[in-house]
Ligand binder design. Structure first.
Ligand code: GDP
Ligand code: GDP
Length: 438
């Protein structure tokens, strides 16, 4: 089930990152008193009562002029409208209502997305409440007074946020069509790839009307099967500011991956794989999605018979946490090998939801244990009693053992490799849960 997305929007210095850290359940450590300091946390998992959600900080770099502030706020609001289930609009009681707030409020109101209006820095309700009423003028509902710094009013605000969550986290669950997300750094060729796939295949107008999200998804029919490409409108977003663009590619990755079954991670062949690619790929890996690494712009580099090998080596090294992912070398520009993408998606989907029978699974594990003795510590040896698959998407296994402490990461990795050799599972991560049985 995909988690609701909550996006935080607001002018610089109203306290977005302070509030973000409070909601993310962390110490207020990243807040700076000097504007302009880059903050790393763009997204976080958060929860309130029995609801969990993904929290997004849309705030980019600190602009230095009023004009830029407004254009940046518009961009934040657009991103929030595109990606979020609920938008938290933060204002500042000490600065009062400013023109930019009113303009952004207009945009948010028109989007018809649920908006929670928060007035921050109300460190004393007695002193500041009269000033809070002014924010009714924005016309986007009741202002909720909070103090992010002293953690006042946070519970009321969270109550209001989760009230707007869809009951069943949207309609994605009823839709049987595979959902594909295309993610990657700016300019690696994501839009070009989508356009190429759109150009070569039948495009279907989405028949699940209603929510704003559907409008940005595109269904493509290939070999009689429909695939929904997630947030294709977002792929075309361009910003002039490099930091904002990079921030946006992370926000997109988080929200699109959340809804996807399979993720295409696009890398630029002319640039080679980078740490920024690893950051983005990590999002798909952490969430246990089916993964295909797509090296694009293959037309644009000089090649000899070692080129593929060298690229593969480098990718395996930088993206070492996903050795299971298939790598494709394509050109969105010329269409080289793009036709094979759908077959690859199909294979990865099957593997991501594959179930293996307990009997065969235990035969494989017993054999593996016989071939390489489990680790021991202070005379006590790890014993593996039984393994069973308990879930798919990603395939999840419970290993019953005598003592959890004895189960080393490296031995789990060894068993994973044996299971992969026996059953395949190409393109998907596997999850292992270790349980003790006395
Ligand atoms: P952002 O630019 O919107 O992310 O704002 P920050 O979270 O970086 O906060 C900007 C400034 O406002 C910092 O100096 C914070 O310490 C301060 N601040 C944040 N929340 C509160 C609050 O509830 N009360 C007061 N008095 N100051 C706050
Ligand atoms: P996005 O920001 O990831 O969506 O990237 P775009 O699709 O906008 O592409 C960025 C630039 O790379 C554009 O100038 C494209 O024409 C170019 N480009 C995209 N795919 C290819 C490719 O396969 N080969 C070459 N040579 N250029 C490409």
């Amino acid at each position: 089930m995909s988690k609701p997305v909550v996006a935080v929007v607001g002018r610089p210095n109203v306290g977005k990152s302070t509030l973000f850290n409070v909601l993310a359940g962390e110490r207020i450590s990243i807040v700076k008193d000097t504007p302009g300091v880059t903050r790393d946390r763009i997204y976080a998992d958060a929860s309130w009562l029995d609801r969990t959600f993904t929290l997004i900080d849309t705030g980019g770099i600190e602009p230095d002029s009023k004009d830029i502030i407004l254009s940046q706020m518009r961009e934040q609001a657009e991103i929030a409208i595109e990606t979020a289930d609920v938008i938290v609009f933060i204002t500042d009681v000490r600065q009062g209502l400013v023109d930019a707030d009113a303009k952004v409020a207009d945009m948010l109101r028109r989007s018809k997305k649920p908006v929670v209006l928060v007035v921050n820095k109300v460190d004393s309700f007695e002193k500041f409440m009269p000033d809070v009423y002014e924010f009714y003028n924005l016309g986007i509902g009741d202002p909720i007074p909070v103090s992010a710094a002293s953690q006042l009013g946070i519970g009321d605000m969270l109550d209001e946020i989760i009230k707007h969550f869809p009951d069943d986290a949207g309609k994605d669950e009823e839709d049987e069509r595979p959902r594909v997300a295309i993610i990657g750094k700016p300019n690696v060729g994501k839009s070009s790839l989508v356009n190429r796939l759109l150009g070569e295949n039948r495009v279907i107008v989405s028949d699940i009307a209603g929510t704003t999200r559907d409008a940005v998804d595109t269904a493509i029919k290939y070999n009689g099967e429909e695939y929904v490409f997630i947030d294709t409108a977002g792929l075309r977003r361009k910003s002039k500011i490099k930091e904002d663009l990079e921030r946006y590619s992370i926000i997109r990755a988080v929200t699109a991956v959340e809804r996807a079954d399979v993720v295409l991670i696009v890398i630029d062949a002319t640039e080679g794989v980078t740490e920024q690619d690893a950051k983005i790929a990590g999002i798909a890996h952490d969430r246990g999605k089916g993964i295909i690494i797509v090296v694009n712009k293959w037309d644009a580099i000089e090649k000899d018979n070692k080129t593929i090998y060298k690229h593969t080596e480098k990718i395996r090294q930088i993206l070492s946490f996903m050795p299971y992912a298939e790598i494709m070398f394509i050109s969105a520009k010329t269409g080289q090998r793009t036709g094979r993408i759908f077959d690859m998606i199909r294979m990865v989907l099957e593997n991501n939801s594959m179930r293996v029978a307990t009997g065969v699974l235990n035969e494989i594990v017993t054999e593996a244990v016989a071939m390489q003795q489990p680790p021991s510590d202070k005379g006590k040896r790890l014993r593996i009693y039984y393994v069973t698959q308990v879930a798919v998407k990603p395939p999840t296994f419970v290993i019953f053992v005598n003592d959890k402490e004895l189960m080393h990461f490296s031995y789990t990795r060894y068993l994973e490799n044996r299971i992969r050799e026996a059953f395949g599972f190409k393109g998907t991560s596997l999850k292992f849960i270790i349980r003790e049985r006395k």
